[in-house]
Write a protein that binds this ligand. Structure first.
Ligand code: NAD
Length: 298
């Protein structure tokens, strides 16, 4: 009989991740409050359960939920019902403090828990090539590893509980800030008569080089696969970048980091999210250009 895995949160990311576990031979006990998500999971071969508690028949329970408040709510609901020593794996992107609190609740109730947020987006979830960054006890990480390797292409144990979330927000803070800096630089180049291609040809091999430029160039042309060439369809939506930068800002403040750029990037993406949350986060260059044209014309 195949091993059972509980899976809660069958959204953009969770649905393909659960489908990959099914394909690898696991029996996935899947729950989501949204009927369409449950129907999709059934088509993907999962065993759909009608309540969250229905997932606790498994010895391992994975969550892929929108925020930390929900993760804590779901943990509180499941912990009493779960079999002793159940392994809880939270793959959602949530506050470091919430991740630690969730793991503490789980261990206090006699279970094991790791945080294992991901990067790689919906494409990575579908292809089973996500990067997992995990936090928790080494033995618990080891127990989770075979499952993470089904859903991911790279799995890194970053440290103690919450440190997986720390890696996630540190990376995304750097990405958000570098996309803003790159976009301001590109708009300055435009004003100075520097073509996008010339900018790319110089900077992509010079000291200003970054992933944001060489893989994800925010203007059409130099990198044909970047969302800029597809009218800024995500990709990685601005709403998600704003969320992650908000989590980074919380952590910067909570830990007394003398941050300026990280906090500013969070503000910039929060403002852009008010109007353009559904566009790719690299569309920030269009906002900088529009505001430059308005302000420059005054
Ligand atoms: P989503 O909103 O598409 O999916 C979340 C799902 O959780 C929804 O289907 C929702 O109905 C379900 N849900 C809500 N409450 C629930 C409950 N009590 N029990 C079970 N299910 C419940 O979000 P997503 O894009 O799949 O993202 C999930 C997580 O992954 C988020 O934390 C996000 O920040 C993170 N993430 C997303 C991406 C991405 O590109 N979408 C990339 C990396 C990380």
């Amino acid at each position: 009989m195949s091993e059972k895995i509980g899976f809660l949160g069958l959204g953009h990311m969770g649905a393909p991740m659960a489908a990959n576990l099914v394909r690898a031979g696991y029996e996935v006990l899947a729950f989501d409050p949204v009927p369409a998500a449950r129907e999709q999971a059934e088509r993907d071969g999962a065993t759909v359960v009608e309540t969250a508690a229905g997932t606790t028949e498994a010895n391992t329970v994975i969550t892929m939920l929108p925020n930390g408040k929900l993760v804590l709510e779901v943990y509180r609901e499941l912990l009493a019902a779960a079999k002793p020593n159940t392994l809880f794996i939270d793959c959602s992107t949530i506050d470091v403090a919430d991740a630690k609190a969730a793991a503490e609740l789980a261990t206090a109730a006699g279970h094991r828990a790791i945080d294992a947020p991901v990067s790689g987006g919906v494409g990575g979830a579908q292809a089973g090539t996500l990067t997992f960054m995990a936090g928790g006890e080494a033995a618990d990480f080891g127990a989770a590893l075979p499952l993470l390797e089904v859903m991911g292409g790279k799995v890194v144990h970053c440290g103690a509980s919450g440190v997986g979330q720390a890696a996630k927000i540190c990376n995304n803070m750097l990405l958000g800030a570098s996309m803003v800096a790159l976009s301001e630089s590109l708009v300055l180049g435009e004003k100075l008569g520097l073509s996008h291609q010339s900018f790319f040809d110089v900077v992509s091999t010079a000291s200003g080089q970054s992933w944001a430029l060489t893989t994800y160039c925010p203007v059409p042309g130099p990198v044909p696969t970047s969302p800029a060439n597809n009218d800024y369809q995500p990709g990685f939506a601005t709403a998600l970048m704003a969320k992650d930068l908000g989590l980074a800002a919380n952590a910067l403040r909570a830990n007394g980091v003398a941050s300026e750029i990280g906090l500013l990037a969070a503000q910039i993406y929060e403002r852009f999210n008010q109007t353009d949350g559904g566009r790719d986060f690299s569309a920030i260059v269009t906002d900088i250009r529009n505001r430059s044209d308005q302000e420059g014309g005054q």
